[in-house]
Design a protein around this ligand. Structure first.
Ligand code: SF4
Length: 367
């Protein structure tokens, strides 16, 4: 029911930059730049513009645009759009640092906190620091930011590339700077999202939400038993708010259902995984990160195995613990690893946590 367990090496990626929570590296426009440069290492300052975190925010197409981008200009994708709109198949922006996806697509920016998992929302922190707009887009009644045409062109380029390469189906995470089932989505933008999903059948779209109760009313009229290229998922960070979302998800027709146990905030106990095909597990990152006990992860992995659910341990987070003791992770140079994404720095006694599986191919039609 899943890819072989040695899939870890094939699917694992060593991606460098943490998307910080509040107080993280991205304290301002210059903070973003210096944070990215720090992560890239000295002597690589010129590469900062091309970093995926930056390009995802700006829509900047580094190797095509020759203009000098001022600090304000590069940060405003609407201003920079005309240059960035020349997206080609050789310059595919939108690559993501999220290790379970290949691309991130944001149909709009902005959201409202709904549960404990939102407390350290990195997207909100980014928005409040005006990295991509003068306005803020978080909270009830606050207008969300719509994306320019260059952003909406990206999935078409990814789709063409996937068809040309023929090397599997790229996974697109929608959305990292919003919640696609937000009732305050900008007018017409969700319909536009469904259109582009229909037009890009070579991509698998991963729609994750903390608002599964809204999902049925927002599905398109021709949804049927689910689009073949859409995976529907919910976040499940705790027992009180997260676990009930799984009950709601189970009732929604979908070709693939998944759950993101990230940020995992407590021991979830026994979880009903019926009807779920894939589980992502991860600890919180950012300076205000809350701890995640390794025992909670082990429990979920055991339950995934019993239920035949593919599992993907994304990261141990900033504050993993073993029993009552903090587990301090260090990279190869001995520096503190604040994300715990690279299994090479995990202690050998945690080898059973090195699991990155995907649902079987027969779950998604068209593979
Ligand atoms: S639902 Fe997601 S994007 Fe919205 S506030 Fe919560 S964590 Fe942030």
């Amino acid at each position: 029911m899943r890819e072989s367990s040695d899939s870890f090496r094939r699917h694992g990626r060593d991606r460098g930059v943490e998307k910080s929570g509040r107080g993280g590296m991205m304290g301002s426009r210059s903070g973003l730049r210096s944070g990215v440069i720090n992560e890239l290492g000295k002597g690589k300052a010129r590469a900062w513009r091309e970093h995926p975190v930056v390009t995802a925010i700006t829509g900047h197409v580094p190797s095509q645009c020759r203009c000098e981008i001022g600090a304000r200009r590069w940060a405003d994708s609407r201003v920079h759009g005309p240059q960035a709109s020349r997206t080609t198949e050789r310059n595919i922006v939108g690559k993501t640092t999220i290790n379970w996806a290949d691309y991130t697509f944001n149909p709009w920016h902005g959201c409202t906190e709904v549960s404990a998992g939102c407390v350290n929302c990195y997207a909100e922190a980014l928005d409040r620091r005006h990295l991509h707009s003068e306005k803020e887009h978080w909270g009830p009644g606050v207008q969300r930011q719509i994306m320019n045409d260059s952003i909406w062109e990206q999935p078409h380029a990814w789709n063409r590339k996937a068809l040309r390469d023929g090397a599997g189906r790229p996974r697109v995470f929608c959305a990292s700077m919003a919640d696609w089932a937000d009732k305050e989505a900008p007018d017409g933008q969700r319909a536009k999202l469904w259109n582009i999903i229909r037009q890009t059948p070579a991509l698998d779209w991963l729609l994750l939400t903390k608002r599964p109760r809204n999902v049925l009313r927002y599905l398109p009229a021709d949804w049927g038993n689910g689009y073949s290229n859409v995976w529907l998922g919910v976040t499940c960070e705790n027992r009180g708010q997260g676990v009930p979302r799984l009950e709601t998800l189970r009732k929604i027709p979908a070709r693939v259902r998944f759950v993101s146990f990230e940020p995992l905030l407590e021991d979830l106990g026994s979880v009903n995984l019926d009807g779920v095909h894939w589980a992502i597990i991860g600890g919180e990152t950012g300076r205000s990160a809350r701890p995640m006990a390794i025992e909670w992860v082990r429990s979920l992995l055991d339950q995934c195995r019993c239920a035949g659910v593919a599992a993907w341990v994304k990261q141990l987070g900033r504050c993993p613990t073993v029993g009552e003791q903090p587990l301090v992770l260090r990279d190869k140079e001995g520096h503190r690893d604040s994300k715990g994404e690279d299994p090479a720095v995990w202690p050998s006694k945690l080898h059973e946590l090195k699991v990155r599986e995907l649902p079987t191919s027969n779950l998604a039609i068209g593979r």
